[in-house]
Design a protein around this ligand. Structure first.
Ligand code: 3UK
Length: 533
């Protein structure tokens, strides 16, 4: 049997069968990982051992930790987990909190102790927490004191959850201060699970994506080493929750990998984020397309001259948003598509290789193709589904849906694209969201792109609704900018605008006005909710 440090083998036993796994490829020198690897040792102990101990690591509201401070806190917390809470390697630990230094310390402490992190976001309620606890057989939880209520409700129905500790209150600080500041990381195998990231999609039971210690490092090598290229003096900031792998990479793993600093603040709405960029002199920002869109209108009021690089992911980045942000800041956005199943970004473009309208190309380490429903590659220029493989990939925890995400060793992400002759990939939409109207294929994001250029439009979402004559008709939900009113005239103006700028069959036959669009905590438009309206 292969080496493992896990004493509790639940996750290993619930991995997909070998024949259902995607193929993993490690083509470059940086992706040759040793057999034993602990993500927290690599991202935290190594920098300290190599002299970065006094450098700034984590910045929060009223907190400034160096790498050595962070290591002390993580080590003490690892002692609490193993000694006071009986954690053994392989146990699942639910982490519940907003993006704060202590929440980040929780991730690293669990990894050091050999546990498997199940991240959860502050807005989740007892219903979702219960699902996570049951599916991942969670035994331990670290929860921000102010967020205990929903966890207690869930716990009442989950006997498997035996140890819960609240952090962010004085009892926690006292308990920690009694622990030694050294802790030797558990000697985990590179292939021991490190996290289970739940993704709910739009409907149904959440799917738990298992990622190994190796995967945590692989995302750093690919996204940072080959694409973003951060440096030790960088200061990262942004909005995605650490429980969303976009945030886990961008706001915790990447900064540590680069020996840079990360600013972790909660409730960063776009106006608060842009103010924080100024205040903390941040240099690298991670947020969603709507974040950049909203901030571009505010940029002139702040001194954000420290900013060097901006990463957008989670949803399609409209050209209009890219243009507005560039006009406001001079920065060409790094757009990348990633996913919970793949852990982070695998197709992307940077300022130097951006091609108008294209999402980008496969990052080094990944390869792929656009295929039809029978997994046959489609010709250049034709729309199909993306199939991708690389150093990371989909491993659902005990879930039948593995069979549809992974086919013939390829990860099928569910997104429709076409590719040009130079390997640039153009994103259309989720395959399920493609609109078929009178025989034409239209994607919601391409109509949104056009509408966003209209001066009255702040935000919009475009979907197909059933129609007896046309199969589906295009329906736009529009949030207007302050000072504009929705009415017959506005509807006509928007429709004419689309007809003028795009093929006329793409214009929205139905237009509705909303105060705000329904979004997930990760910033994604909830198209299914628009369909129900
Ligand atoms: C969509 C995009 C167009 C796309 C994620 C970066 O979003 C992340 O993970 P999820 O599992 O969703 C994945 C799906 O979201 N998407 C993401 N980025 C883009 N569409 N342009 C983009 N740039 O449908 C994808 O399949 O929530 C993103 C890193 C880690 C992540 N988990």
């Amino acid at each position: 049997m292969k080496y493992t440090a896990h004493v509790d083998s639940f996750v290993r036993e619930n991995l997909p069968a070998p024949e259902l796994l995607p193929e993993f490829i490690f083509e470059t020198p940086e992706l040759q990982f040793p057999e034993r690897l602990n993500a927290a040792a690599a991202l935290l102990d190594k920098p300290v051992a190599e002299g970065a101990g006094e450098r700034p690591a984590v910045i929060g509201k009223d907190i400034r930790w160096t790498y050595r401070d962070l290591q002390c806190h993580v080590n003490r917390l690892a002692h609490v987990l193993t000694e006071d809470m009986g954690l053994v390697p392989g146990n699942r630990v639910l982490l519940r909190g907003a993006n704060t230094p202590w929440f980040a310390a929780g991730w690293l402490a669990v990894w050091k102790a050999g546990g498997v992190v199940v991240g959860s976001m502050p807005l989740l309620r007892a219903k979702e927490l219960k699902q996570f606890i049951r599916l991942a057989r969670v035994t331990h939880a670290l929860c921000e004191a102010s967020l205990m209520e929903e966890l207690e409700l869930a716990r009442a129905e989950c006997p498997e959850l035996t140890h819960v500790l609240a952090f962010g209150e004085s009892a926690f600080d006292e308990r920690l201060s009694g622990k030694p500041i050294d802790f030797t990381a558990v000697d985990t195998a590179a292939e021991d699970p490190a996290l289970i990231a739940f993704t709910s999609g739009t409907t149904g039971v959440p799917k738990g994506c298992i990622h190994f210690h190796r995967d945590v490092l692989a995302q750093c090598e690919v996204v940072c080493g080959y694409w973003l290229k951060p440096e030790p003096d960088d200061v990262f900031i942004g909005t995605p929750p650490l429980a969303f792998t976009f945030g886990l990479g961008g706001l915790l793993c990447f900064p540590l990998w680069a020996r840079a600093a990360t600013v972790l603040l909660e409730k960063l709405t776009p106006p608060v984020l842009i103010q924080a960029i100024e205040q903390y002199r941040a240099t690298i920002c991670f947020t969603s397309p709507t974040g950049y869109r909203q901030m571009s209108g505010l940029a002139s009021q702040y001194d954000i001259g420290s900013l060097r690089k901006c990463v957008s992911a989670g949803e399609a980045l409209p050209v209009d948003t890219r243009t507005k942000w560039r006009a406001a800041t001079g920065i060409q956005i790094h757009d990348g598509i990633g996913g919970t199943e793949m852990i982070h970004i695998y197709v992307a473009s940077g300022p130097e290789d951006y091609r108008e309208g294209a999402l980008g190309r496969f990052l080094p380490g990944y390869r792929g193709m656009i295929v039809d429903d029978l997994m046959r590659p489609v010709p250049v220029g034709e729309t199909g589904k993306l199939a991708v493989k690389g150093p990371t990939g989909c491993r659902y925890l005990a879930d039948e849906r593995q069979k549809s995400f992974v086919q013939d060793g390829w990860n099928i992400t569910g997104d429709a694209y076409h590719q040009d002759g130079d390997g640039y990939l153009y994103y259309h939409s989720r395959v399920d969201d493609l609109i078929v109207t009178s025989g034409y294929n239209v994607s919601g994001p391409e109509v949104e792109e056009v509408l966003l250029e209209h001066p009255a439009v702040a935000e919009c979402g475009v979907i197909g609704t059933p129609d007896p004559d046309r199969g589906q008709v295009i329906k736009a939900f529009v949030v207007l900018r302050p000072g504009y009113g929705g009415g017959e005239e506005m509807v006509k103006s928007l429709q004419d605008f689309v007809k003028q700028k795009a093929a006329p069959y793409k214009y929205p036959r139905v237009v509705a006005f909303l105060e705000a669009l329904p979004r997930t905590e990760t910033g994604k438009l909830q198209r299914f909710k628009l369909k129900q309206l």
